[in-house]
Design a protein around this ligand. Structure first.
Ligand code: NI
Length: 165
């Protein structure tokens, strides 16, 4: 894992049940944060699947971990839409959406690159960076996993950072 800080920042977003959530709600948990969008044809589903597997493979430690999926496509990824999407990967995965401005703000804090292509088509795709960020129980940035990291590698690193029970 590489640490190129400063990364991480406060956010206030809407979860897939329609509830307002801020970063402070998740203090005490080791956070796995992934940015993507539900219409992503390939990369997002693959990475989210590894995240889901990693949480399961932590066994007893899994309760201390909270996986978050922050959409980069708030126009299409409404809370209701995310409610259908996130459970495909893990029952405890929380989907987060917001206004275009809120998403821009949190993406900037995490240095996430994303751009719509083609910008004016209704059938656009979003080109985006796909790192899995690890944030500790105090909200401090630990590092990121590069694209294509396996569930087993995530488990190995997460075990070193699990909050003390
Ligand atoms: Ni994607």
């Amino acid at each position: 894992m590489w640490n190129r800080g400063p990364i991480v920042g406060p956010f206030a977003l809407t979860d897939h049940s329609g509830k307002l959530r801020t970063d402070e709600d998740f203090r005490g948990k080791l956070l796995l944060i992934y940015f993507g969008y539900s219409y992503c044809p390939d990369v997002c589903p693959t990475d989210l699947q590894q995240i889901g597997l990693a949480v399961d493979r932590l066994g007893a430690g899994a309760e201390a971990v909270q996986p978050l999926f922050i959409t980069l496509d708030p126009g299409r990824d409404t809370a209701a839409h995310l409610a259908d999407y996130v459970p495909l990967f893990h029952p405890r995965l929380i989907g987060l959406t917001g206004s275009a401005e809120q998403i821009r703000h949190v993406a900037l804090a995490y240095k996430v690159y994303y751009t719509k292509y083609p910008p004016r088509s209704p059938d656009y795709v979003i080109d985006h960076s796909s790192f899995v960020y690890l944030v500790d129980e105090d909200g401090k940035y630990i590092g990121f996993f590069p694209p294509g990291t396996t569930a087993d590698r995530m488990v190995e690193v997460m075990r070193q950072h699990l909050p003390k029970p």
